[in-house]
Design a protein around this ligand. Structure first.
Ligand code: ADP
Length: 287
């Protein structure tokens, strides 16, 4: 049996409250945020994190430490998993998105998401991009906005003469850029990307990385990546997540270290250093 004070101390060590705001100010802030899928266990535990506005931040860490779960919590996609229970707060522009009167559809309008596997709708390229603006009842020049989103997603030149063809007729890399265009079209402030290149070949991966770099300044991007070269190339900030356990009790993933991308070359926390140098001990901290 482990004493409660021991557990509290470990959690405190694992996830210190941020002492200062990032220089750019946070657009999303997690405060003591936890997610559980099963009573008595946690996928994400006591996360405190400030996501800097207009910057790209990469979440990295061992498989299963809760990166996707945290990302899906940032725009309430986690609501779609009936067993998920959340506690703590996720502030977006200072408002807790889990407050009772907040509409998750509006949250996803502001905070879009791109998944691992490109998932265009079985609709035309044009309709894929126009879809979000239609369902959100956004007015204005639809054709102009579709073109603008496709240009920002670096896809316009490749598809401008085939806008009526199915989105599914595109290559994998083009499909992923179409999904990014679809996310951009509703003019979100934040785009969450969950390993957006893991299903792509190296050239398509490089194109998506270029695209993420080009979004810098216009959007806040939160990226989950297993690829440390990619993370250090495209991100400005980084957060290392890892989970802890006491005996057989899983405490869930938390933020071990947050900082600029210098973390990839000069990690401050020994667990981050162990992970980056491929040491197994980084995966679990046990007591
Ligand atoms: P990562 O993205 O770091 O690989 P995940 O967020 O996918 O980690 O998973 C964190 C933990 O939550 C894992 O133990 C995983 O099995 C669990 N988990 C994730 N999604 C679900 C779900 N829908 N139902 C139950 N458990 C889940």
């Amino acid at each position: 049996m482990t004493g409660r004070s021991e557990m509290v101390q470990l959690e405190f060590e694992a996830s210190p409250r941020p002492e200062t705001e990032p220089a750019d100010g946070p657009i999303i802030e997690a405060i003591d945020f936890s997610v559980s899928f099963k009573p008595g266990t946690y996928a994400v535990r006591n996360v405190n994190l400030q996501v800097p506005v207009g910057r790209t931040t990469t979440l990295f860490g061992p498989s299963g430490c809760g990166k996707s779960t945290l990302l899906r919590a940032f725009n309430r996609m986690i609501d779609l998993t009936p067993s998920a229970r959340v506690s703590g707060q996720i502030l977006y522009g200072g408002v807790n998105i889990y407050d009772r009167d907040i509409d998750p559809v509006m949250v996803r309008h502001h905070i879009g998401m791109v998944f691992q596997k490109p998932n265009p709708f079985p609709k035309s390229i044009y309709d894929n991009v126009a879809w979000g603006r239609k369902i959100h009842g956004m007015k204005g020049d639809m054709e102009g906005n579709v073109e603008k989103a496709l240009r920002q997603a670096a896809l316009w030149d490749e598809v401008k003469d085939r806008l009526n063809e199915s989105g599914l007729s595109l290559s994998g890399g083009q499909q992923q850029r179409l999904c990014i265009a679809r996310a951009i079209a509703v003019e979100p402030r934040v785009i969450l990307m969950d390993e957006p290149t893991s299903a792509l070949d190296p050239i398509a991966t490089y194109e998506i990385e270029d695209l993420i770099e080009s979004l810098r300044g216009s959007y806040t991007v939160v990226l989950v990546s297993h690829d440390m070269h990619q993370a250090s190339r495209v991100s400005e900030y980084a957060a290392f997540m890892a989970s802890s356990e006491i005996g057989r009790q899983e405490l869930g993933g938390t933020i071990v270290e947050f900082g600029t991308k210098d973390m990839f070359s000069r990690p401050q926390n020994p667990r981050t250093e162990m992970y980056l140098s491929g040491k197994r001990e980084a995966v679990k901290k046990t007591k």
